[in-house]
Design a protein around this ligand. Structure first.
Ligand code: AMP
Length: 285
């Protein structure tokens, strides 16, 4: 049975009761349109906690005016069925006014190397929006552990940094990206893709794997990335925001081969027409 809770005060009250029975709380924040990527976070939370809380909130603060806030899918009935199937105890489903009441004036902003570029260049308000909502949710739920996907790798780094800086008493647990058989990372936005666009989208991970393999085999990083960008455009992508090799911990750019102790992360963002896809994979030297 999944209980639906719409206010922070009710959420606090039920979780206070759970805690008084010494229950551990696992939390999965989402924007809904749930798929097996979200499901993997819920499974991880279910296996490691007595009580699982999932939030569904399409956060207006992380969308720029030209982005897809109004069009973002909100299939709430099928989402609730999905939560029941994953044995989630509580769905926190607040209204925008519950989260951002009139007069709300606080922004959590991470200003460091992790937010210097990549997504931050192309979506300048995105991480402030994410950090503000995640902080508010972490304070409201106060979970033992919160689960985030590697699918949004830079976001995961931002949340780890913020949790550490603010001394929030929640452990941040990352979960590997869930993909369909082609390698395409599951995403709520994949449902926007036509069948032709889907075939193009399925090339993104394949091409990232090729770049990683070529770097692993000793090809120069710049030429491997440039060849990969050409392949993305040949495959049908219409615009590339970035394809970039980074240190997996600091996100600083890597342009020369590294010792085996350093793990690289290859991150990319590219468009098929107006649909923007992101992905990332580990790179070993
Ligand atoms: P979203 O609903 O897109 O905001 O995502 C909610 C959480 O699910 C975030 O921590 C995402 O990183 C994670 N997530 C989204 N897609 C996937 C996926 N394919 N595999 C693993 N985690 C994912």
């Amino acid at each position: 049975m999944t209980h639906i809770i719409r206010t922070i005060s009710e959420l606090r009250s039920v979780l206070h009761t759970e805690r008084s029975h010494h229950k551990t709380i696992g939390f999965v924040p989402t924007m809904g349109a749930l798929h097996e990527g979200h499901g993997a976070l819920m499974t991880e939370a279910r296996q490691n906690n007595d009580c699982v809380v999932v939030s569904i909130f399409v956060n207006p603060k992380q969308f720029a005016p030209h982005e897809d806030l109004d069009q973002y899918p909100r299939p709430i009935e099928s989402d609730i069925a999905f939560l029941k199937k994953h044995h989630v105890n509580y769905l926190f489903l607040p209204s925008p006014d519950e989260i951002y009441p009139q007069g709300f004036a606080t922004t959590i902003s991470i200003k460091g190397s992790i937010t210097q570029d990549l997504e931050a260049t192309y979506r300048p308000h995105f991480f402030d929006g994410v950090a503000t909502i995640v902080t508010k949710l972490l304070i409201a739920v106060s979970p033992d552990t919160a689960y985030f996907g590697e699918k949004d790798y830079q976001q995961l780094c931002v949340i780890q940094q913020m949790t550490m800086d603010l001394g929030l008493p929640t452990k941040i647990q990352s979960v590997p990206t869930i993909r369909e058989a082609s390698g395409l990372a599951l995403s709520s936005r994949n449902r926007y893709l036509s069948s032709d666009q889907l075939k193009i989208a399925q090339k993104l991970n394949v091409i990232l794997q090729d770049i990683a393999q070529n770097i692993g085999h000793g090809q120069s990083i710049t030429s491997a990335i440039n060849a990969g960008k050409d392949h993305l455009m040949e495959a049908g992508f219409t615009k590339i925001d970035y394809v970039s090799l980074r240190d997996s911990q600091t996100l600083s750019e890597i342009s020369e081969p590294q010792p085996k102790t350093i793990e690289g992360r290859l991150l990319a963002a590219a468009y098929i027409d107006h649909i923007r896809l992101i992905d990332n994979i580990a790179v070993r030297f």
